[in-house]
Design a protein around this ligand. Structure first.
Ligand code: FES
Length: 159
């Protein structure tokens, strides 16, 4: 079977194509390929999901299932800033759900959502590997531990 046509001549598809080629267009590489698309474009839209599904010969329903199951995949463009709240066991025990509630109350967004002004996107992760400093939050790629609701709100308000 031949590879489907690239969705557009956007150069970023070259990185995606190169990745799929290196991974042998294997259906087992689905998560890795979706990561590559997200890194290149910032999120996964219908065009990308359809292209990946046909390139790897995976049913589109499965690709959607994976993209919606994993909290780090975004189906819409992200905001200017990204906040990732860890909801793994250690962080959960140490107050992650309170942090999420605080963010919802103050900014009106839940996980995988972006504020109306496109400033802040909220994501969750299952474990950031920083359990000893739970609860952990990542602000634009910078991990901070032992976060309180007030600290998180203050940081996001700064944005
Ligand atoms: S559970 Fe949050 S860092 Fe491990």
């Amino acid at each position: 079977m031949t590879k489907p046509p690239t969705p557009s001549d956007d150069m970023r598809w070259r990185a995606v194509d190169a990745r799929m080629l290196r991974l042998g267009y294997s259906a087992g590489a689905l998560i890795e390929v979706l990561h590559t698309v997200q890194q290149a474009f910032g999120y996964l839209d219908d065009v990308a999901l359809t292209y990946v599904a046909s390139s790897l010969r995976v049913p589109l329903s499965k690709v959607y299932g994976v993209a919606t199951f994993y909290s780090l995949f975004m189906l819409k463009p992200q905001g200017e800033h990204t906040c990732v709240v860890c909801t793994g066991t250690a962080c959960h025990i140490n107050g992650a759900s309170g942090i999420l509630t605080g963010i919802r109350d103050r900014f009106g967004i839940g996980p995988k959502q972006t504020t109306g002004d496109d400033r802040i996107s909220l994501l969750t992760a299952r474990c950031l590997g920083a359990c000893s400093i739970a609860p952990a939050v990542v602000y634009d790629g910078e991990a901070k531990g032992k976060q309180t609701v007030a600290q998180v709100i203050a940081r996001l308000e700064d944005w």
